[in-house]
Design a protein around this ligand. Structure first.
Ligand code: NAD
Ligand code: LMR
Length: 348
């Protein structure tokens, strides 16, 4: 017999799926994943393959994509999966894409900062942005590659050089910070994590990650010490994973979950669903930094409205002030990289 306990479990799991991946209708959208063979790329592609909102899944990497695509293509869902390997196949991978997710690039090892990845990842992201500008200029671009605080300005400035930049369509994916904040708050309070929502603003590195615990829903109260420790844990959660993986990379599975949550929210909004909100690192007028993550109302054309910072506590105001110097420097570093690249005659 289908007991009441089982029924309530099924109901709870349905609610929780609705909370994170609320896509139920179908749509015809081609989604590309660049860096699809990697630690994030593979599970992210798997989660996208499950969505009825994706009709074509285009998997690009410099290695192994044909195998990943063959493997995923056996899953009994509608998305047609195609693998593309190497730069000569990149244009074909991108043509017709409406959403492009970019987890291509190297991850941290213990002792490194995200900024230490700049020298390798800046070039990778610039080359991919250049190809997006040429082959899918209207696509929504969601950048996962670190350092996000610099790679988003790089992607934006490359698109500007091609005359196809639309600030409402370029996102730095910070969803993992929200996912972590929700989990850690639930751990401390005993709340159901699926019901917790903590906005996280700023950027995606150390003290630029600013959880707005005063705006958590449902409302939560912490002592000053717990608030400081929790904030620090959210800011350093990436490093917690890097240390635990001990040289084998950084967060991949939780990032795939977070990337899929962001992508599916975007797809929902692109398909006309009202009231879809996610935080992301975007071009912004909300503070003194030219790019800043805040809650966004998403719509058919990307960012419909920037919902801004809301009312901050004194503690949070201080965090925002402390983040701005580092954030501005990281943004400038990305912009300088694109300027420098242009003077060296790289294709723009
Ligand atoms: P990984 O090394 O497992 O995978 C990266 C993939 O990128 C590899 O398959 C590699 O072949 C591919 N790649 C390298 N150069 C490429 C190019 N020119 N074109 C296409 N693909 C290319 O790394 P990972 O663990 O998947 O992490 C990827 C990136 O995501 C890292 O920079 C990491 O720091 C970042 N990251 C960001 C967040 C976030 O919250 N935004 C979270 C976790 C990781
Ligand atoms: C994370 O927050 O897990 C990612 O940015 C990866 C990292 O290097 O910490």
């Amino acid at each position: 017999m289908f007991s009441r306990v089982m029924f309530s479990r099924v109901l709870r799991s349905a609610v929780s799926i609705a909370h994170s991946f609320c896509s139920s209708s179908q749509s015809n959208t081609k989604v590309a994943v660049l860096g699809a063979s990697g630690g994030i790329g593979q599970p992210l592609s798997l989660l996208l393959k499950k969505s009825p909102l994706v009709s074509q899944l285009s998997l690009y990497d410099v290695v192994h994509t044909l195998g990943v695509a063959a493997d995923l293509s056996h899953i009994e869902t509608r998305a047609q999966v195609t693998g593309y390997v190497g730069p000569e196949q990149l244009p074909e991978a991108l043509k017709g894409s409406e959403v492009v997710l970019i987890p291509a690039g190297v991850p941290r090892k213990p002792g490194m900062t995200r900024d230490d990845l700049f020298d390798i990842n800046a070039s990778i992201v610039a080359t991919l942005a250049d190809a997006c500008a040429r082959n899918c200029p209207d696509a929504m671009l969601a950048v996962i590659t670190n350092p996000v605080n610099s790679t988003v300005p790089i992607v934006s400035d490359i698109l500007k050089k091609h005359g196809v930049y639309n600030s409402k369509r370029v996102f730095g994916v910070t969803t993992l910070d929200i996912v972590r904040a929700n989990s850690f708050v639930a751990e401390l309070t005993g709340l159901d994590p699926a019901q917790v929502n903590v906005p996280v603003v700023g950027g995606h590195a150390g003290k630029t990650i600013i959880p707005l615990l005063s705006q958590c829903t449902p409302k939560v109260e912490f002592t000053e010490d717990t608030l400081a420790a929790l904030t620090h844990r959210i800011q350093e959660a990436g490093t917690e994973v890097v240390k635990a993986k001990a040289g084998a990379g950084s967060a991949t599975l939780s990032m795939a979950y977070a990337g899929a949550r962001f992508a599916l929210s975007l797809l929902d909004a692109m398909n006309g669903k009202e009231g879809v909100k996610e935080c992301a690192f975007v071009r912004s007028e909300e503070g003194e930094c030219t790019y800043f993550s805040t809650p966004l109302l998403l719509g058919t054309n990307g960012v419909k409205r920037n919902l801004g910072l809301g009312k901050l506590s004194a503690f949070e105001e201080k965090l925002v002030a402390e983040a701005s110097k580092e954030l501005k420097a990281s943004i400038r570093k990305g912009e300088d990289f694109v300027r420098q690249r242009a003077t060296e005659g790289e294709p723009q």
